[in-house]
Design a protein around this ligand. Structure first.
Ligand code: GDP
Ligand code: MG
Length: 150
């Protein structure tokens, strides 16, 4: 089973959208295997967004992510990395389709509510960066057979 790293950013937490985001992943059928509300250190934020370190928005992005708590989560399921990105919507909320999280709740790219890993390898790197092994629970939901054929 595939896993992805999902983070509700400070704007999503401040705007009271934690439950809304979790509900969307839950009702899709994905399984929550790790979750914590936490303040993010500058070091962790810089490591997480390392790929963007030379971009003009990097400084502001690190400031934003460290400004207020986030909810870090790991979700599991078939194709959860790509499907998670579909649930989230395009990077710029103004071009995200209605029905997606960013499309329904966001307006600007610098306040787009949520992060989701963009590839399976990225997900593995991000999960290892944000969670220790004991913080992740491997479990099979009772409705598994009603979501998957085998
Ligand atoms: P994502 O994978 O859809 O989150 O998008 P990226 O990996 O391209 O960018 C990471 C995050 O940086 C985005 O979610 C935005 O919060 C932020 N970001 C990206 N591009 C811009 C930009 O042009 N301006 C600002 N202010 N923030 C940006
Ligand atoms: Mg990205």
């Amino acid at each position: 089973m595939e896993r992805t790293f999902i983070m509700i950013k400070p704007d999503g937490v401040q705007r009271g959208l934690i439950g809304e985001v979790i509900a969307r992943f839950e009702r899709k059928g994905f399984t929550l295997v790790g979750m914590k509300l936490m303040a993010v250190s500058r070091e962790l934020a810089e490591k997480h967004y390392d790929v963007h370190k030379d971009k003009p928005f990097f400084g502001g992005l690190v400031e934003f992510i460290t400004s207020s708590p986030v909810v870090a989560m790991v979700w599991e399921g078939e194709n959860v990395v790509a499907s998670g990105r579909t649930l989230i919507g395009a990077t710029n909320p103004i071009s995200s389709a209605p029905g997606t999280i960013r499309g329904d709740f966001g307006i600007t790219i610098g306040r787009n509510l949520i992060h989701g890993s963009d590839a399976v390898e990225t997900a593995q790197r991000e999960i290892a960066l944000w969670f220790t092994e004991p913080e992740l629970a491997s479990w099979t939901p009772a409705n598994h057979g009603w979501l998957y054929e085998d």
